[in-house]
Write a protein that binds this ligand. Structure first.
Ligand SMILES: Nc1ncnc2c1ncn2[C@@H]1O[C@H](COP(=O)(O)OP(=O)(O)OP(=O)(O)O)[C@@H](O)[C@H]1O
Ligand SMILES: O=P(O)(O)OC[C@H]1O[C@H](OP(=O)(O)OP(=O)(O)O)[C@H](O)[C@@H]1O
Ligand SMILES: O=C(O)c1cccnc1
Length: 470
């Protein structure tokens, strides 16, 4: 049976076999700290919108191995005493994270997970699974919001999504600034406004388009959006929608609008708008769909298309053209010591220690365009920002207001504050995006955001590099 409640086995096998080793070596209580960060911004964009945090916290608060999980683990040839340990397992770690909806940049820690080595390792796969996908979709959604202005954006992606990922995608779209979803399950689960129109099949099932519209109007007199492109948009669809809408008016109801799903959407929207206005139905909205993305929406609006609502499926929920955010989860502390992974590629050498991220603000309260990664023990202020790789490039930053981004969101396996309602997260993301100058939001060659290290973090990394190279 396909069902998706997440429990202890929602992980990769190696997390469990590494956990078993820590357990059998008596190391399971050793403290550790991992960082979640990504290296590359999807779509060659200028930022990522961080999403999925509250879904992750929900899962972590209740993370345990069910009786079924335990029975299955016995088939995997694991040590019986480790399986006994897993029977009583709960996640008791502590998380520091950027707020959900924050604008974040490559190579900066976005979440820090502290706890025992066993529990912090065990949650790697599920954390990446949730945060990478929701952040990918939220980022995409925010790019569409950027070009759509105040127009309504609705998620139509269930049928095109990567399976049940559609549910997380619907939520992430809201974090990125969407208004509604056609996905009833996601709407129910997350309290998202559910919205929708009608399909071509419905119209085709009647002998006559007008009769299809009339039937729909009888069944749903206050929620009608007529799909007008089944036969001929301007000669049949729009005139029939006008007739059905007028008949509804005569009965004291108002239709909502028409949907265009093919052809030149700008031209059809303009011609339809004129016809609707001339018919005395200026309140009818124009909804469009058909392989929309941020580029098409931008073009349509540049062509002055009078479109009120965009329904977006494929390109939203799959993140197309980039199918994944490359977020990773890397160990930074174990058994009380900072840890680092060496690499031939200098960008891939990890940052050791317990870290904080400071966002620099300019005198107008906008993002200045740089984040400083510092050791948490340094406090919430840094004087100097060192280029992460170049020896002789640095910037004095003591004159800038510096906001610490990572705040404690979970302690000993419990949230430190109740989950904010989704609209609050959306409002937060929009308020943060407003502080990001437009140069970072351009689709083509956006300005690069600087991320640097404090001197102390730089020194710690150098010291460990020397140590391991020896
Ligand atoms: N005026 C426009 N400017 C820019 N892009 C547009 C415009 N109108 C439609 N599009 C986009 O062009 C793409 C393809 O449209 P196209 O006309 O090739 O297919 P279609 O309308 O689905 O064809 P069909 O009539 O066979 O269904 C879609 O992504 C659509 O959103
Ligand atoms: O194009 P997307 O951004 O992925 O948006 C979803 C698409 O799904 C529907 O098409 P479909 O042909 O499946 O059904 P329909 O009869 O309702 O148009 C809808 O009409 C959109 O075109
Ligand atoms: O309600 C709609 O119009 C809709 C829903 C899902 C996919 N395409 C369209």
């Amino acid at each position: 049976m396909l069902s998706f409640s997440i429990s202890g086995t929602y992980t990769d096998l190696y997390e469990i076999t590494m956990g078993q080793t820590y357990f059998l070596e008596g190391r399971q209580e050793e403290p550790a700290s991992f960082d979640y960060f990504f290296r590359k911004i999807p779509d060659k964009g200028g930022y990522v919108l961080f999403a999925g945090l509250h879904d992750l916290l929900d899962v972590l608060e209740d993370l345990h191995f069910t009786d079924e999980d335990i029975a299955y683990l016995q088939d995997l040839n694991l040590n019986p005493s480790f399986i006994d340990f897993l029977k009583g397992f709960n996640f008791k770690g502590t998380l520091y994270a950027a707020a959900e909806g924050e604008v974040v940049f490559p190579n900066t820690p976005v979440v820090r997970v502290e706890g025992t080595i066993l529990e912090t390792q065990l949650v790697e796969s599920l954390l990446l699974n949730i945060l990478n996908f929701e952040s990918l979709v939220a980022t995409k959604a925010s790019r569409m919001r950027y070009v759509a202005g105040n127009r309504i954006l609705s998620d139509f992606g269930l049928r095109r999504a990567h399976g049940p990922g559609a549910v997380l995608a619907a939520r992430a779209a809201m974090v990125g600034g969407f208004n509604s979803t056609s996905n009833v399950y996601a709407a129910q689960k997350y309290g998202i406004p559910a919205a929708g129109t009608m399909a071509h099949s419905f119209i085709e099932s009647y002998d006559d388009e007008l009769e299809a519209f009339r039937a729909f109007a009888r069944a749903r007199p206050d929620g009608c959006i007529f799909l007008v492109d089944t036969y001929n948009t301007l000669k049949s669809g729009v005139p029939n929608a006008i007739t059905a809408a007028r008949e509804l008016e005569a009965l004291g109801h108002k239709a909502i609008g028409i949907r265009l799903d093919s052809g030149d959407l700008a031209t059809l929207a303009k011609r339809s708008r004129t016809m609707l206005n001339e018919a005395g139905l200026p309140y009818l909205k124009i909804i469009t769909s058909n392989q929309l993305d941020e580029y098409v929406i931008k073009e349509l609006l540049e062509q002055q298309a009078p479109i009120d609502i965009f329904g977006v499926g494929t390109k939203l929920v799959t993140g197309a053209p980039d199918a994944a955010l490359d977020g990773v989860y890397k160990i930074a502390m174990a058994a009380g010591k900072p840890r680092l992974k060496l690499s031939e590629t200098k960008e891939k050498i990890t940052l050791p220690g317990i870290k904080q991220v400071l966002r620099l603000m300019d005198t107008n309260g906008m993002f200045y365009g740089a984040d400083a990664i510092v050791l948490a023990a340094e406090g919430d202020h840094a004087d100097l920002l060192r280029h992460p790789f170049e020896d002789d490039t640095s910037l004095r930053i003591n004159g800038y207001l510096q906001e610490p981004l990572l705040q404690k969101v979970m302690e000993n396996g419990k949230r430190t504050a109740p989950q904010p309602p989704l609209p609050e997260i959306t409002a937060f993301s929009q308020s943060r995006l407003k502080l990001l100058p437009d140069a970072f939001k351009h689709f083509d060659n956006p300005q690069g955001y600087n991320v640097g290290l404090s001197q102390k973090l730089w020194d710690l990394r150098e010291q460990l590099k020397q140590h391991y190279r020896q």
